[in-house]
Design a binder for this molecule. Structure first.
Ligand code: BG6
Ligand code: MG
Length: 220
């Protein structure tokens, strides 16, 4: 089926927030005396805030109550949002703007499909809020990636069939979510190694838009 919509993950695809997530979780884990490193941080890619916290707390012997977990997540988000204040349009990742312009020129619908509850703030900071036809994010879903909910919601908001959508993702959880939604999956950056991605690229600078829109015919 022809691709008529492209759904972008946000963190790691439109803008790189990895370092800010890492710094914020590092502070929290340090305060709690929990071991945390960049390798563990990689596992948080695409995963919701509370599920990220569960991964971090799995390295602790202490049993945290639900309200303690809520407090930790809140503290982490405060630190993270403080860091997000530094974001600007200069932080938009290479190839993103050109791709958005090319898709618009071809009347392809574009959406965000992100697990992040900070999506509206991040898009505002980088000046891209008005560029998307639909925004599905962590504020409107119950189940985060690898569940397909956020991508199915984006397709619904755009008024297109899931099979007409291509998803651009930097996380295995996101590629799995796209495939579960019966969408075409483009893996970039860390997701360029995902076996189940339909296209694999280092970044968006060398994305061939004809290939993207005919992604069925592509061999990676
Ligand atoms: C995803 C990130 O986009 O959003 C994850 O890849 C993060 O690392 C998740 O945990 C939730 O983010 P937020 O902004 O709601 O804490
Ligand atoms: Mg991502």
């Amino acid at each position: 089926m022809k691709i008529s919509a492209v759904i972008f993950d946000l963190d790691g695809v439109i803008v790189s927030t990895d370092e800010y997530h890492y710094q914020a979780w590092k502070q929290i884990s340090g305060q709690e005396n929990i071991y945390f490193d960049r390798k563990i941080n990689e596992r948080l890619r695409g995963v919701s805030r509370m599920e990220s916290l569960d991964i971090i707390l799995s390295h602790s012997d202490k049993a945290y109550s639900e309200s303690e977990k809520q407090q930790l997540a809140l503290r982490k988000n405060d630190i993270y949002c403080e860091l997000l204040n530094k974001l600007s349009p200069n932080d938009i990742l290479p190839g993103v703007i050109n791709l958005l312009i090319s898709l618009k020129a071809r009347d392809i619908k574009i959406a965000i499909g992100s697990s992040s509850k900070n999506t509206p703030f991040i898009l505002e900071q980088i000046g891209l809020t008005a560029n998307f036809d639909a925004i599905a994010d962590g504020n409107c879903i119950k189940n985060s990636k690898p569940d397909p909910e956020v991508f199915l919601l984006a397709a619904k908001m755009l008024g297109v069939n899931p099979q007409e959508c291509a998803v651009i993702e930097d996380a295995q959880a996101g590629i799995d979510a796209a495939k579960a939604a019966e969408m075409k999956a483009v893996g970039i950056g860390s997701a360029a190694n995902c076996l189940n991605a339909d296209m694999k690229l280092q970044d968006l600078t060398n994305l061939d838009i004809d290939q993207l829109l005919e992604v069925n015919e592509i061999r990676s």
